[in-house]
Design a protein around this ligand. Structure first.
Ligand SMILES: O=P(O)(O)OC[C@H]1O[C@H](O[C@H]2O[C@H](CO)[C@@H](O)[C@H](O)[C@H]2O)[C@H](O)[C@@H](O)[C@@H]1O
Length: 373
């Protein structure tokens, strides 16, 4: 069923650029560090790094509001009253991956499905306390079944160890810190020869570790005065949560984060669901991680693979865009509301993600049992 992976020698320049603790098993051009200094930082601080925040006066706060569930609900209610057609039109553009299940699997004919799953908001429901974002046992069973049939990776903004603590499945690939920390299955993979090696595969931002530590400390110190603010160390990036911060303090919090980042021109600021994300300015994201993993599995520039990526956040858009660019694969956005996205399909919530995963497993079981004539 699976395609055998091919280990290609690492080009000398890539091997040199790789951090000492990453096994040079898989070739990949090392990410280019963005031009150091003001230009890059200015762009991210002013433009809001892809989310448009900051381009207008008060842009960050506006953007923070847009990611608030209360505001999203109010906006959704308004939109429902005013323009029910908008949602219907969005669903035509991004139909449910459940109702179009046959179409999704038909695309996999003669191809190896590889499954990529975001964690928060995809496998676990969004909750106030990031340390309590547990995944249900039923979801874990579903993911375990998927991994028995298809190579499966978790791609998360979280620190890799933390997301592993939640998922607890040793047979998966894990790409933590928005793809900047990639590791293969603890026991090696049953799916490909290339992935039999265990351990850390790639850490393209390892030189940023001391800087991230410093920024983490500064952010903890600086934001202490804002009740509800929570700073999370995600190893190669830092999250500053404002889900539990009074809206009146959002502007002050955004200013604090920006003032800390002034001293770190090699870090950029982006925004997720009620969270600021501080990340190195290297050109590496969930999309690059997806491509790296496909390559590691032996599917570089290959037509007989169907990557299926499921995610709910802005950072998942980088992966959806890669699928669009390759003209290959299935991007599924998890969202109850119409959102601008490069995904092709949608699912409303983690419960639907589970249903989709279980159907995929069932379909694979039946297709193996089906006589081939
Ligand atoms: O890429 P992901 O796996 O989706 O990680 C993105 C961020 O997820 C977490 O924050 C989000 O979920 C929390 C728990 O439900 C919620 O409280 C928070 O408001 C959300 O933004 C995680 O804590 C972050 O570090 C990740 O970057």
């Amino acid at each position: 069923m699976t395609k055998q992976g091919v280990v290609v020698p690492v080009p000398a320049e890539a091997a040199v650029a790789m951090p000492p603790n990453s096994a040079p098993l898989f070739p990949y051009p090392p990410p280019r560090a963005a031009a150091p200094g003001a230009a890059v930082r200015k762009k991210y601080l002013q433009m809001g790094a892809g989310n448009g925040a900051g381009a207008r006066p008060g842009g960050w706060v506006e953007s923070m509001r847009a990611s608030s569930p209360t505001h999203a609900r109010a906006a959704a209610a308004l939109a429902a009253g005013v323009d029910e057609d908008r949602r219907a039109a969005w669903m035509v553009e991004h139909p449910s991956a459940l109702s179009k299940f046959d179409q999704v699997v038909a695309a996999s004919k003669g191809k190896q499905i590889v499954v990529f799953l975001d964690y928060d908001g995809t496998l676990s429901p969004i909750v106030d306390d990031p340390d309590a974002a547990y995944m249900s046992d039923t979801m874990r069973r579903a993911v375990r079944s998927v991994a028995k049939h298809f190579p499966t990776a978790i791609v998360s903004g979280r620190c890799r160890d933390k997301v592993f603590e939640f998922v607890k499945l040793a047979e998966l690939y894990y790409a933590g810190s928005h793809g900047m920390d990639i590791k293969g299955p603890a026991k090696g993979s049953r799916h490909t020869r290339a992935a039999k090696a265990k351990g850390v595969l790639f850490q393209p931002a390892s030189q940023f570790l001391p800087m991230i530590e410093q920024v983490h400390e500064s952010l903890v110190e600086k934001t202490k005065s804002i009740p509800g603010a929570k700073v999370e160390n995600n190893k190669f990036c830092v999250s500053v949560h404002f889900r539990c911060v009074d809206e009146k303090s959002w502007s002050a919090l955004a200013d604090m984060v920006k003032s800390v980042l002034k001293d770190y021109p090699k870090l950029k600021l982006t925004q997720g669901r009620m969270v600021f994300e501080v990340r190195p300015t290297i050109k590496w994201d969930k999309g690059k991680a997806l491509e790296f993993l496909l390559e590691s599995l032996g599917f570089a520039d290959c037509a007989d693979v169907l990557p299926v990526y499921i995610g709910d956040d802005r950072t998942d858009e980088d992966a959806f865009k890669v699928l669009r660019r390759r003209g290959q694969g299935v991007g599924i956005l998890v969202s109850k509301h119409p959102k601008e996205t490069s995904a092709s399909y949608s699912l409303q919530e983690p419960a639907e993600v589970m249903e989709f995963l279980l159907r995929l497993v069932e379909w694979e079981r039946l297709s193996k049992a089906r006589p081939k004539w």
